[in-house]
Design a protein around this ligand. Structure first.
Ligand SMILES: Cc1cc2nc3c(=O)[nH]c(=O)nc-3n(C[C@H](O)[C@H](O)[C@H](O)COP(=O)(O)OP(=O)(O)OC[C@H]3O[C@@H](n4cnc5c(N)ncnc54)[C@H](O)[C@@H]3O)c2cc1C
Length: 431
């Protein structure tokens, strides 16, 4: 059978090319009965399955393509705390008590990820030397000062750094204003983390199948019955962890999100002297510019950068050329070096910019809408959901459980955003 790598046609993913072996290749060809069915083999589904099986619950996990095919195998690998929005925004949207619980549950999410990696000795290149949100100009620093204060009030171990320190961490002539350093955060090989989670769950007894998209989910007596092309699974409870990769059989999850693309470019392994001169302490970096850009060096000494946009058809040339110019400004020592890899992926955005855990029907949960920050949240939510499915006590779950939501005009708004970033990148070409 074809190996589905986390990339689209005409793209080549660094993570796909440098990944550990895929721990499974079977597809579902039988009828199974289980306590919990998990749909989707990304961080959310895998973390939930792993934590459930650790509690002695029987779990079947069905993945439409391959483990990590969605955002979990395509992302930048920056393991950050919290969500994109400031803690005060979360409180404003969810209310004081619910917002506080939500913020606290995600405050230490890098710790949860790195502990899990350590516990199962996962070969996913964990590097916990911290990440930095860099100000791209002086005004942005005012916003970061406020964000840092809010995070510190929550008890997070973040610190504000000045322009000199930002310059030393990035070794970039652009990042000279300062930023927020999170020393507990870090980087991973994202696809290896997904495959390692899958391996740990398989070893403990989760029955897991790839190339097995669920085609329908229906009530059958007192169970849920999921049907795939060649098999069926009946389960007491279901976790639909399809997030931004939900298909048209996705029980409404797709309609609850605005799908937006992010693309990556990665160089060949950098010459040693250049590699040593960029982000020398190997932090993960992302900035405050409108066309947000992230940078990191992977374990092979490649510079990996990302920004909003897809690489479809004519967009690829414009976006890649913009990324080259941006790279030349941020790290002038890389001028003239070619990109070896380019790939993209979709993130699920919500109007509130806050993730949602939706109850699609009694016993059917769907966490989604991580707005581009899902390594920590996916792992943490999967863990908490496992606790709640076992205890049945929703009061303990630190995220609000909401009814199915439908985003309005999602295609139109996604298109507007996508072509908006393309226009900005096109105009910016002339710099
Ligand atoms: C390019 C990019 C860069 C990012 N960078 C970062 C970053 O640096 N840091 C960070 O924290 N987050 C980042 N994110 C976000 C993060 O990757 C995601 O939020 C996270 O991976 C979501 O995990 P998930 O398990 O919820 O969903 P996914 O990983 O998307 O998994 C969903 C899975 O469901 C499967 N599926 C869909 N339909 C069906 C069906 N009918 N039956 C069975 N299976 C189905 C899909 O094939 C897919 O594998 C980035 C995302 C992208 C795309």
């Amino acid at each position: 059978m074809t190996e589905y790598l986390p990339q689209d046609a005409n793209e080549k993913s660094l993570w796909g090319d440098s990944a550990i072996a895929n721990p499974l290749s079977e597809h579902l060809q039988e009828k199974l009965k289980t306590d919990v069915l998990v749909v989707g083999g990304g961080y959310t589904g895998l973390s939930c399955a792993l934590h459930l099986v650790q509690k002695g619950v029987s779990v079947v996990l069905l993945e439409a393509c391959s483990i990590g095919f969605g955002g979990s195998g395509r992302n930048a690998g920056l393991v950050n705390a919290g969500v994109w929005q400031n803690p005060n925004h979360v409180v404003k949207v969810l209310g004081e008590a619910a917002g506080e619980r939500f913020n606290l549950a995600l405050r230490d999410s890098p710790g949860v990820v790195f502990e899990l990696i350590k516990h199962f000795d996962m070969p996913c290149q964990p590097d916990r030397r911290g990440t930095v949100n860099m100000a791209h100009n002086a005004d942005a620093m005012t916003l970061l000062e406020d964000r840092c204060r809010q995070m510190q009030n929550l008890g997070a171990s973040v610190e504000l750094i000045d322009g000199d320190r930002a310059g030393a961490i990035s070794a970039s002539p652009v990042y000279r204003y300062g930023g927020i350093l999170d020393p507990d955060a870090g980087t991973i090989h994202p696809l290896n983390y997904a495959r390692s989670l899958a391996k740990a769950a398989l070893d403990l007894g989760v029955r897991m199948f790839e190339k097995s998209p669920i085609l329908s989910l229906q009530r059958d007596d007192d169970c849920w019955l999921a049907t795939t092309e060649q098999g069926k699974v009946s389960a007491d409870q279901v976790v639909v962890a399809t997030n931004a990769y939900a298909d048209s059989n996705g029980q409404g999850v797709r309609e609850s999100l605005l799908p937006l693309s992010i693309f990556h470019c990665a160089t060949e392994p950098l010459p040693e002297d250049i590699a040593a001169s960029i982000i020398p302490q190997r932090h993960g970096i992302w900035d405050t510019s409108l066309l947000l850009t992230s940078s990191r060096i992977d374990s092979g000494g490649r510079l990996v950068m990302s920004s909003p946009g897809s690489l479809m058809r004519f967009q690829r040339g414009i976006r890649e050329s913009w990324m080259t110019r941006t790279r030349n400004r941020l790290y002038p020592q890389t001028k003239g070096l070619p990109w070896e890899y380019r790939w993209s992926g979709q993130v699920g955005v919500t109007s509130s910019k806050i993730l949602r855990v939706q109850l699609l029907a009694p016993g059917v949960f769907a966490p989604a809408g991580y707005n581009g920050r899902g390594i920590g949240p996916g792992t943490v939510i999967g863990k908490h959901l496992a606790d709640t499915l076992v205890s049945g006590n929703r009061e303990e779950f630190p995220f609000p459980i909401e009814a199915l939501y439908r985003e309005k005009w999602s295609s139109l708004r996604s298109g507007y955003y996508s072509y908006g970033t393309l226009a900005l990148q096109f105009v910016d070409r002339r710099r």
